[in-house]
Design a protein around this ligand. Structure first.
Ligand code: SF4
Ligand code: SF4
Length: 198
């Protein structure tokens, strides 16, 4: 199996969801930042090693950052089957960043909407209902321009009532509102500075 890669040590302790493979997806090889001597890559910029069929040209020698990374779609069975990142324009990842993990879990969920169409991705509302229903800190992320930081919003409280009612339609409406608010902050994004020396 050819597998692609990128960032996050949370994945080391979780089993992969059976029957989900990366296939031709390599969204994480575009979205993620890599900043280590072996490879430096800005977020939003396609890795020079990412091939059009989803494979990695240096798979056997890929950098540490890429090893062991799987997105939320690969790791969490309750992330809807239809949300493969290259199909859904939604990229879900886990983070253990202690500034972001506020509740009872070991990780928070970062839901990056890659384009406005992603807001309507089938299964997105149900996945967010499942996450917030379990009190997983969930953030809506809007990417900045390539090479720039992103905007994020913690959405647990704002979507809480719709989650309680399991009302996917109401949740979708609230999510669009949260997205619109996050977009207004895109002018506050700043260039990402890579620090590892090559
Ligand atoms: S984003 Fe997920 S499905 Fe796509 S290549 Fe990365 S790990 Fe695989
Ligand atoms: S080195 Fe390979 S696995 Fe890592 S980001 Fe680039 S293409 Fe993806």
């Amino acid at each position: 199996m050819v597998r692609n890669a990128a960032i996050c040590k949370v994945s080391e302790r979780l089993a992969l969801v059976p029957d989900r493979t990366c296939g031709s997806c390599n969204v994480c090889c575009v979205v993620s930042k890599i900043d280590e001597p072996a490879l430096q890559k800005l977020p939003g910029c396609r890795c020079r090693n990412a091939l059009s069929n989803g494979a990695c040209a240096i798979y056997a020698a890929r950098p540490e950052t890429c090893r062991g990374f799987f997105c939320g779609w690969r790791l969490l069975s309750w992330v809807d089957e239809r949300l493969r990142p290259d199909h859904a324009a939604v990229f879900i990842r886990l983070t253990k960043d202690e500034k972001l993990v506020l509740g009872p879990h070991q990780f928070a969920l970062m839901v990056t909407v890659l384009s406005r169409e992603g807001l309507n991705a089938p299964g997105l509302a149900e996945t967010i209902i499942a996450a917030i229903g379990e009190r997983i800190d969930t953030y809506l992320v809007v990417p900045g321009p390539p090479g720039y930081t992103s905007c994020r919003k913690w959405i647990n409280a704002a979507l809480g009532e719709a989650v309680k009612r399991k009302d996917a339609m109401a949740l979708g409406k609230l999510l669009r509102e949260q997205y619109a608010e996050a977009v207004t902050k895109l002018d506050q994004t700043r260039p990402v500075i890579l620090t590892a020396s090559a």
